[in-house]
Ligand binder design. Structure first.
Ligand code: UDP
Length: 458
């Protein structure tokens, strides 16, 4: 602790919900270990410092236009952010590094996808660590992109979807990332070309995971890279879950606290919580299948329908008139939930999820079995681990179709298969509890990370 005191860390998250949450949770962890923390935020998805009085904030104006900010092409958005943040972040860094009123800066911790920070940090002779906000198993796949490309697994071909990906059990071709961008070459460049070089050029890689779920992948990554790899997750585990703001709160939407009062009226383990993260979007037709699947399951449900979740709609207008009223209080729909508090609520019996990595870890920590409906990026790989490796959830039987949805919900919540899955989940949750106790893998790795950071400037 005494070594970390008197040292400041600069943290710079990619400004997307699923990247901001773990960066702020990491900030909490490192602050808890004694470091002073400055978080740099963009104007796009600007952070609200009032929720984090223990952290210092600095803001840059990257000048993203409204139309640039509202694109659905994430690859393009990330590339733009790398371009537009370069100059303002450099100026911000000059100020932070020359500010003698504050503690000296020990290192910069940036998102793995902020490529431009590598030459910049080098030019300032500033040690730079990377944060991987997703899992280690999916990172192994991203690192192997050139190989998967060469072997013809990527881009995915419909005729090969059920084929196992050689060397990457238990993945099938269908689990590999979809490449939704107008410029696939840019994507390959960004993921494959830079990932390896920049990780090698960094002073270490921090991953929001723990040995019990991704020990094999961590070994593989350690074999690949000559830099220290720290699996110190789940980052939020050491802190109590609250219903208030904090890293779970949306960058643009308030958390709807009516979720908790509604859950208070429901029987233990009876509710399906359906939530699909901050980016996933589905067609109106699919939305109606989900709605009827929930309604026909006969279980109570709490459903987060984010504005933007239904393509081409404002919010719920595609639902038939009187849909919710006909359920007599069995369904509750909100725009944004205090997700961690919802998962921790005793009334919740299953999480129907898109398998975003943060949602997956949050769910494991709270011991709630999952129904997987992956949509893009690493989510299909996470879903495969959930259903086939840890065996703590089920994949939807027939895609997004009401009959299959009802069948899967009943299988998980009522039938024998669900009991086994709940037992497996309860074992995994115990492991997550232990990993941050003295001697646990994340506890030890965090100690190692603190020592490593303290050694960087000595
Ligand atoms: N989240 C939340 N309320 C919601 C939906 C999501 O607090 O109604 C949080 C969730 O707890 C998680 C993050 O937003 O921390 C979503 O990250 P994830 O990696 O699961 O998915 P992404 O949004 O990146 O697809």
């Amino acid at each position: 602790m005494e070594h970390s005191k008197g040292r400041r860390l600069i943290l710079f998250a990619l400004p997307l919900q699923g990247h901001i949450v773990p960066m702020l949770e990491l900030a909490n962890l490192l602050h808890f270990k004694g470091f002073s923390i400055t978080v740099v935020s963009t104007q796009f998805n600007k952070l609200n410092p009032s929720s984090y009085p223990h952290l210092t904030f600095d803001f840059i104006d990257e000048g993203l236009t409204e139309s640039e900010a509202s694109t659905n092409d994430l690859v393009h958005l990330i590339s733009l952010l790398n371009e537009k943040c370069a100059q303002p972040f450099k100026e911000c860094l000059v100020n932070l590094l020359s500010d003698v009123s504050k503690e000296p800066v020990a290192c910069l911790i940036t998102d793995l996808r902020f490529h431009f920070t590598q030459p910049l940090a080098k030019s300032f002779n500033l040690p730079r660590l990377l944060l991987r906000t997703g899992g280690a198993s999916s990172l192994v796949v991203y690192i192997a992109f050139p190989h998967l490309h060469e072997k013809g697994y990527l881009p995915k071909q419909d005729s090969r979807l059920e084929e196992p990906v050689k060397g990457f059990p238990p993945l099938k071709v269908r689990d590999l990332p979809n490449i939704h961008t107008k410029d696939p070459e840019q994507y390959f460049q960004m993921v494959a070309g830079r990932l390896r070089d920049e990780t090698e050029a960094s002073q270490g890689l921090i991953i929001n995971t723990f040995e019990d779920i991704e020990g094999k992948a961590l070994i593989r990554i350690r074999d690949e890279f000559p830099v220290p790899i720290f699996g110190v997750g789940p980052f939020h585990k050491p802190f109590p879950t609250t219903t208030s703001s904090g890293p779970g709160s949306s960058v643009s939407l308030p958390q709807d606290q009516s979720c908790i009062s509604w859950l208070n009226t429901q029987a233990p383990k009876s509710v399906i919580y359906a939530g699909f993260g901050s980016l996933a979007a589905i067609s109106e037709e699919q939305f109606l299948e989900l709605a009827w699947g929930l309604a026909n399951s006969n279980q109570p449900f709490l459903w987060v329908v984010r504005p933007g979740f239904v393509q081409g709609a404002e919010w719920l207008e595609a639902l038939p008139n009187g849909f919710l009223e006909a359920l007599n209080g069995r369904g509750h729909i909100v725009k944004w939930a205090p997700q961690k508090a919802v998962l921790a609520h005793p009334a919740v019996g299953a999480f129907w999820t898109h398998c975003g990595w943060n949602s997956t870890l949050e769910c494991i920590c709270e011991g709630v079995p999952m129904i997987c409906m992956p949509c893009s990026a690493d989510q299909m790989m996470n879903a495969r681990y959930i259903s086939d490796v840890w065996k703590v959830g089920l994949q939807l039987d027939h895609g997004k179709e009401r009959g299959g949805i009802v069948k899967t919900i009943r299988k998980l919540m009522v039938e024998k298969e669900g009991k086994e899955i709940r037992n497996n989940m309860s074992d995994l949750t115990k492991k997550a509890d232990l990993c941050f106790k003295p001697g646990g893998s994340s506890y030890e790795c965090l100690e190692g990370l603190v020592k490593h950071i303290c050694s960087l400037d000595s």
